[in-house]
Ligand binder design. Structure first.
Ligand SMILES: N[C@@H](CCC(=O)N[C@@H](CS)C(=O)NCC(=O)O)C(=O)O
Length: 201
């Protein structure tokens, strides 16, 4: 069976993060371009893969994986030679999971709240991501030592959360833009060869 990952991609979408991850991992892949304007993500054949009709979506060895964070974690584990996930039993595995899941469970909804001007709920204790400001502060603290979320070790968590932070800065999100800790982190990410290979898509 081919080891090639079939990657359904549109550069104007979250699949950009997966593109970066595929390059970081040195994984074999083939891009299937998806034109969102033409609704190619809502065709019966695409919906058979991902009933949400969303990107990113990959197929590897006949297995479909969706959800950006899950795909990134899957690639890290499937191509271990790239060293993008601390192995089972490594103490850093805890921090690795922590920041990957924080990206999906906290950064993503907090950022969308802010970008869509959704009012913050009154009962912060009942909301998994607390508040936008707390999410920003947690990331700032996590990166205070650097250079990466796991300290000296670059990981797939940086691919995911780093891309979210880059996106936040690009859109001028308060708390991210103009803050040295985030600017320097994104500059380190952008200097990586994989980031340069995938710049613009
Ligand atoms: N929870 C998903 C969200 C994916 C998502 O919303 N993708 C957008 C593009 S950035 C999409 O495909 N939107 C098209 C649509 O829903 O019609 C993830 O993290 O991967």
């Amino acid at each position: 069976m081919s080891d090639e990952i079939v990657f359904y991609h549109n550069p104007r979408s979250r699949s950009q993060m997966v593109h970066l991850m595929l390059e970081e991992a040195g994984a074999p892949y083939r891009i299937v371009p998806i034109d969102l304007d033409k609704g190619e993500h809502k065709t019966p054949s695409f919906l058979a893969l991902n009933p949400m009709g969303k990107l990113p979506t990959i197929v590897h060895r006949d297995v479909v994986v969706t959800e950006t964070a899950a795909i990134i974690a899957y690639i890290a584990d499937t191509f271990p030679a790239a060293g993008l996930a601390p192995p089972m039993g490594d103490a850093l595995r805890g921090a690795y999971y922590r920041w990957l899941f924080f990206g999906a469970g906290c950064v993503e909804p907090a950022l969308l709240d802010r970008m869509m001007n959704r009012p913050e709920v009154e009962r912060k204790s009942a909301v998994g991501w607390g508040s936008y400001d707390e999410v920003v502060a947690a990331l700032e603290k996590a990166l205070a030592q650097g250079p990466w979320l796991l300290g000296d070790r670059f990981s797939a968590a940086d691919v995911y959360v780093g891309s979210q932070i880059r996106f936040a800065i690009m859109f001028g999100a308060a708390g991210f833009k103009g803050k040295t800790v985030f600017d320097d982190y994104v500059a380190r990410l952008s200097a990586r060869p994989a980031a340069q290979r995938t710049a613009g898509g």
